[in-house]
Design a protein around this ligand. Sequence first.
Ligand code: ZN
Length: 400
Amino acid sequence: MHAASEPSGSHPTIETWRAVSRPARPLIREVLVNGPCTRTELARRLGLSNGSLTRLTKPLVQSGLLVERGIVHDPLNGHPMRPLDIVAKDYHFLGVKLTSDRMYGVVTDLRAEVVAEHSEPLGVRTPEAVAAQASDLRDRLARDGFPPVAAGFTLGGHPPADDEAAEPGLFNAPFLDWWRVPLESVLNDAMGIPCVVRNDVLALACGQHWFGVARGLSDFALVTAGAGIGYALCRYNRILETTEEDVVEFGHHILDLGGPMCPTGHRGCVSAYLSTGAILSAAAYGLHRPVSLKEISRRAGEGEPVSGDIARQAGWALGALAASIANLTTVKTVLVAGESVDVIRAGHRHIEQGMSQRRFRAHRSIDTPMLSSTFTDWARGGAVEAIRTFVVQEDAPTGA
Ligand SMILES: [Zn+2]
């Protein structure tokens, strides 16, 4: 805790942030995401008068949530000014990503820098047992000296969309066979710190938007290729909500009517090219034995023909998909993430080819930054959701 904020010996809690007034929250977000900023510049960015800005920042500085950094001089008139900042290391957040068989956890500071990390196999897969396991994971990570004040959980799933009168906080996670589970309250009870639950792809997009490769972009898309296909779209600095149905449609969007078949029996869709299952079964079919994604990407790089062809198709499919997204939404950046990323990367020379077949002006290329194929960024997305929900307190997503 910063020395000016609380009497020594007290532990920081999330309540200090939750007490921040609603009009001051955009200002917290600005400093948190974009870094130290002078009052004059903050007023300009947020469209506030200098007087209003001063009124909003005063209690935040007094309580230690904002601190003044060293003097800089106004480029226009040379007046000395002290940029406002947050103290990132004062607060820590737990981010957890659940897959069908593992739990990935990170602890981050207030600017989503990872300070501790651990993953382990998932034990009993009831919501209560997973919550208890997450509580143990938190204790283990906190031993490094960074007890988290809030947690964000991310997993493949969505709030139920079927009836609008449903009580808030319910969550469906088909891959764990969880239906209408009051997951946030189960987690709150087990963890003893405020918890938020969020679709993993939307959380990853938010994490990359605030503290990752999409920082500073008001518009971008994210495609994830792993056990399932995921999609997120950010327009005007806002990540659009999706439902389970939206994502299923996206995963079966057809890229080539003569392409490989997906498990539902239709041909050439995104998941038939890019899902882990499709890639692994194509490789097993060609090589007459089971192989891992890692081996496919390695052997593709070595020139082995079966792996090379799978990587070529994955690269082409990603290029065609990115071009379709760009043509329909006007975004110029499509982030790529998920377990299949390394195979797509092995076929990177074919991404341009897929794009140029879908672009009228083929030279107007689309940027496709690729994240790591590990789950660290996904867990970090959970921590960013906790920061977004409990520090910045952005309004809860509307809709489903
Ligand atoms: Zn399909």
